[in-house]
Design a protein around this ligand. Structure first.
Ligand code: DX5
Ligand code: ZN
Length: 232
């Protein structure tokens, strides 16, 4: 239904050479640039803020998929929208701290795709009250906070559960996605694949992105045709 999209996470890039890193993955054929924003509160780690997103926007030609792992998205959403985010996602675990529906509507009204993410241990039902205003669900397949963690296959049933709840938007999976795990993720119904280590750590990034795309497309196709265990 939605196209396969490969979204390298810049968390795994060489920050001392960001412009060259962005040009490298765009040349290699990525679809989106995934930007991991961490505030030291919602997650223990700290990364970067709107100033760096704005600088990335000046180098990038692909859309910016900004993933806010922050405790107060109400305070900072506009700064990340002004900085040039094209997709803006925050976490359902903070939804009780403000009016999440209003924030999703606001992101959409500013011409951006509105996303909601959930940690591996958060039940998918928590998304239900918000889905009507969501363009993208970002399913975490590792605990948010650090790159290079092992993929948790236990989150895969969340994708079908979202479809069963009537969600028709894009579904992204984030954490531990690579040549060994992308097929099962795509077979579950994911269409956006965030990959940090697997893309930036590859010797030939174009070959890696091509390979990831091919495996994901094959598994998605098998799934659409009703094939069991697509991706083989
Ligand atoms: C984790 C981030 C991910 C992560 C992906 O908190 O949201 O985007 O950096 O990195 P890999 O692909 O290395 O797991
Ligand atoms: Zn992320």
């Amino acid at each position: 239904m939605h196209p396969v999209r490969i979204a390298p996470s810049l968390l795994a890039s060489d920050f001392s050479n960001l412009r060259a890193e962005i040009e490298s993955i765009e040349r290699a054929g990525c679809d989106l640039l995934h930007l991991d924003v961490m505030d030291g509160h919602f997650v223990p780690n700290l990364t970067f803020g709107p100033l760096v997103v704005e600088a990335i926007k000046r180098c990038a030609s692909k859309p910016l998929d900004t993933h806010l792992m922050i405790a107060d998205p109400w305070k900072y959403a506009d700064a990340f929208l002004d900085a040039g985010s094209d997709w803006l996602t925050f976490h359902v675990e903070v939804a009780g701290r403000g009016d999440a529906l209003e924030l999703l509507r606001h992101i959409r009204a500013r011409g951006c795709k509105a996303g909601l993410s959930l940690q591996p241990d958060t039940p998918v039902e928590r998304l239900q009250p918000f889905l009507a205003e969501v363009d993208l669900v970002l399913v975490m397949s590792v605990v948010a906070g650090f790159g290079g963690q092992k993929f948790r296959a236990g989150v895969l049933p969340k994708v079908q559960a979202l479809r069963d709840m009537g969600f028709a938007g894009e579904i992204s999976m984030d954490g531990g996605i690579g040549p060994e795990t992308i097929a099962e993720s795509a077979a579950a119904g994911t269409n956006v694949f965030v990959a940090g280590t697997a893309v930036f750590g590859a010797e030939d990034r174009a070959a890696r992105i091509d390979h990831l795309r091919q495996v994901a497309e094959k598994a998605s196709l098998a799934r659409d045709r009703g094939g069991k265990g697509g991706g083989r």
